[in-house]
Write a protein that binds this ligand. Sequence first.
Ligand code: SF4
Length: 411
Amino acid sequence: METLRKLEILSAAAKYDVSCSSSGSNRQSSKGLGNAYRAGICHSWSEDGRCISLLKVLFTNYCIYDCIYCANRKGNDIQRASFTPEELIDLTVSFYRRNYIEGLFLSSAVMKSPDFTMEMLLRVVRKLRIEGGFNGYIHLKAIPGADKSLIYAAGLYVDRMSMNIELPSEKSLSLLASDKDYVGIVNNIAFIGDRVASHRAERKKSIKAPSFVPAGQSTQLIVGASPESDLQILRQSEVFYRNYDMKRVYYSAYCHVNQDSRLPALTKPPLRREHRLYQADWLLRYYGFTAEEILKDSDPYLDEELDPKVTWALRNPHLFPVEVNRADYDTLLRVPGIGIKSAKRIILARRFSSLSPESLRRLGVVMKRARYFILCGGKLCLQEHERKGDFKASLNQTRDMSDSVKPLSLF
Ligand code: SF4
């Protein structure tokens, strides 16, 4: 099979992995400039925040596993292909030289055995770096079940590494992906996190110490394929962030690609739920929230109509309104409409003068939301009619106003 045909098959097979932010479009070149060829160019963000384009591809889609939710499972009758390490290296280097890409996002199905596949991936990244002199970004998916020594060796050559947990509980993983070992995957995530932290510490002592996965590790969780609640998912993510030096958990709305009675009968991927989980995840990582603060066992799902920070504020009316001219940084961060940058700007600006609604707007506060939760110089920032109106509907202007929501009044 020609390399280009393999590229078409294996980049299409990689599209369900969401750790890259966008996959290649299929706009063809007819006339004019450029050609967004559909074979696998996607975008991601490097450690320093730059948007970079990556060749996103599987090494192979031959798989010995039969994960029920996956298009590449061994039981599916699909066209299969596999690169040789040398083909993939040539492809990456030639795309890089032509300025198509700035890096490689390499994943794989499990061919022959986890160790065999991991050895192939290791060969690709090692040769790329050492023989190809390739200095571009590499994001490598480690293979579940592969030996730690192989994972460690590969981590010395790549910028970011992922080990996908896929489902938020051992029970669901054994039901839908019985070839995979939940505890083994968590152990490998812990192992990668431990090595990332120890190499980071060594690099602080000596610049000559080798780096290991310097852009950190990530994982992916499928949302909606199994019955776990949002609270269970967020608890899982919290453990990864707090204990395993996890840089990022990606949430992937479940796409119905296979027929099986063990799978939910969803007609559409639960994208709104995925979106709310990303917002809640942001609260875990940057705003000091815990999963238990965001959700309760008695109410374990995120409100799909309101963002999680607003929902938390509405559940805790005794903490509001907050006086922006006096509140400390952590309290400001919890106000809907005030982000990390605007909270810092507020702390700085109020040293010189008392803040008004207008000055808050100039500091980047989203007053559309914040005005319901703050005082400026002891005064509410709401108009008279807004104090009595349906603030929940106006907090979420995308909501269908014909919904029979009982109007609420905060103050
Ligand atoms: S290991 Fe499972 S999820 Fe990965 S490609 Fe094979 S069947 Fe799909």
